[in-house]
Design a protein around this ligand. Structure first.
Ligand SMILES: [Zn+2]
Length: 164
C-alpha cells in the first residue's frame, strides 16, 4: 500500500540526539541506522517537528543524583516508578544536540521535554507526571494539521532493556 502524504500531514522526529546515538551516553544500538531513512522520509513532509530530551544536570532521572543508585535501577516518585538513567541530554551539552546528520532544514519546531528538574519525560505531548503538557498538542491544533507520523529513537532502547 502506498501512503499519500498530504501537505497538512506532520512528521514528528523524536529525540534524534547525540546521546541516543552510538556515540552517546545512553546509546541505542544501531541508532544511526535510522538517520538516512528519517532524512528521506522528511522530504515528503511539508511539516516536520523535532522533539528534544532536555535535562538540567541535576535532573531527577539521572542516577548520579541519587545516592547509592546505579543507572537502570528505579526509584519511587510521586507520579510513578522512575527508571534511573546515565546522565544524558544535559542542557547545552554535545549529547543533547540534535544529530548533525539530520538533514531537514525545513523543520518548523523543536519541542523540548524533561526540562523540569523534578519530572521526566518520554512522550512528546506530556511529561511523565501525565499532567504537564509540552505544548505540542496545542501547536498541532492551532495549525489544523492532518495525520501525524512519528519516527525516531529510543523505543528501541526500552525494548532492549526489557531483554535484560
Ligand atoms: Zn531523558
Amino acid at each position: 500500500m502506498t501512503i499519500q502524504i498530504s501537505p497538512r500531514d506532520v512528521l514528528v522526529v523524536v529525540d534524534v540526539q547525540n546521546d541516543f546515538l552510538p556515540i552517546g551516553h545512553l546509546a541505542v544500538a544501531d541508532g544511526d541506522a535510522v538517520m538516512r531513512l528519517i532524512n528521506a522520509l522528511a522530504r515528503h513532509f511539508t511539516n516536520v517537528i523535532f522533539t528534544q530530551d532536555w535535562h538540567s544536570a541535576d535532573h531527577i532521572s539521572c542516577a548520579s543524583q541519587h545516592e547509592s543508585k546505579a543507572p537502570f535501577e528505579t526509584i519511587e516518585l510521586a507520579y510513578s516508578t522512575q527508571m534511573l538513567w546515565p546522565d544524558h541530554c544535559v542542557w547545552n551539552s554535545h549529547g543533547a544536540e540534535l544529530s548533525a546528520d539530520l538533514d531537514i532544514p525545513h523543520s518548523q519546531l523543536i519541542i523540548r521535554k524533561g526540562y523540569d528538574r523534578a519530572i521526566d519525560s518520554y512522550s512528546g505531548f506530556q511529561e511523565a507526571d501525565r499532567e504537564t503538557q509540552t505544548g505540542l498538542a496545542g501547536y498541532l491544533s492551532e495549525r489544523d494539521v492532518g495525520r501525524l507520523y512519528v519516527v525516531g529513537l529510543a523505543t528501541e532502547l526500552l525494548c532492549r532493556l526489557d531483554h535484560h
